[in-house]
Design a binder for this molecule. Structure first.
Ligand code: ADP
Length: 260
């Protein structure tokens, strides 16, 4: 008999979770966490049971975006019970660090252990979908998650700036390597409409994400305008998608629908 190739990573499903979606960006600051959060809220309001996992271990932002703080309790089985707001179950390294200002100094094994805990030691309760907010880039955490989890697909967030788009290609090849299908590209901060004269300005370039999606033959899932209200709502821990009638919520719902 041929020996079993033990180098092949075994991909796991998570108990209590039907589907896993990754939200990734190859560059930092393009709005990945904002998209993850609003996407999770939109999916919830489309009647799905949704979880949101903040895999950005060094820069967790989900606690702030979801207005959730405090330490998770442990279930009878010794697993972390997700903190919940807007009907969404969430878990983040941010809940496990005592003080928001304390630096995270884990490296190597400690980091792997923390990540494993966030992934495998959470008591998700009957989720239709778990949205995972990945750290930016194509580093160890992203690859570990990609290798360990059976994922339905990844959404890649970018602006139309050349620099961000160059990194998108790296992200795509990473997902190809770990055999994760890509749902498509989301263009964030596509256009700024002047509140006084309604002039439209494409600050980060003209439809670069759309062109790149065509070139790479992957889907363009939609665009979200640059609007200060998206930023202030996030800062207040009240994602715009919480109110489905809010005009700024619309693009997030369209993207959410395109995934179902
Ligand atoms: P990332 O997760 O990619 O680092 P964030 O989601 O934290 O990015 O967003 C970076 C900053 O940009 C935050 O202050 C956020 O509120 C803001 N932001 C994100 N998307 C938009 C948008 N469409 N319009 C205005 N501000 C945005």
């Amino acid at each position: 008999f041929k020996p079993v190739d033990t180098r092949l990573p075994v991909k796991h499903t998570l108990p209590g979770v039907k589907d896993i979606i990754l939200v990734s960006s190859c560059k930092g600051g393009v709005g990945k966490s904002t998209v993850s959060t609003n996407l999770a809220v939109a999916l919830r309001n489309l009647d799905l049971n949704v979880g949101l996992l903040d895999a950005d271990i060094f820069g967790p932002s989900i606690p702030k975006l979801m207005n959730l703080h405090g330490e998770p309790r442990l279930s009878d089985r010794g697993k972390l019970i997700p903190l919940q707001n807007y009907g969404i179950q969430t878990m983040s390294m941010g809940y496990l660090i005592p003080n928001e200002d304390s630096p995270i100094v884990w490296r190597g094994l400690m980091l792997q252990k923390a990540l494993q805990q966030l992934i495998f030691d959470v008591d998700w309760n009957h989720l239709d979908v778990l949205v995972v907010d990945l750290p930016p880039g194509t580093g160890d955490i992203q690859i570990t998650i990609g290798q360990m989890l059976k994922v339905s697909g990844a959404v890649i967030v970018s602006t139309s700036q050349d620099l961000a788009l160059t990194d998108v290609k790296k992200g795509i090849s990473m997902f190809n390597k770990v055999q994760i299908p890509i749902y498509g590209l989301v263009e964030n901060m596509s256009v700024f409409v002047c509140p006084n004269c309604q002039h439209e300005e494409r600050l980060f370039g003209d439809r670069g994400v759309l062109k790149e999606a065509k070139r790479l033959n992957i889907d363009y899932l939609g665009s979200i305008p640059l609007n200060p209200r998206i930023c202030t709502s996030s800062d207040e821990g009240f994602p715009v998608a919480v109110d489905p009638n809010e005009s700024l919520a619309k693009p997030y719902y369209e993207i959410a629908k395109s995934l179902i």
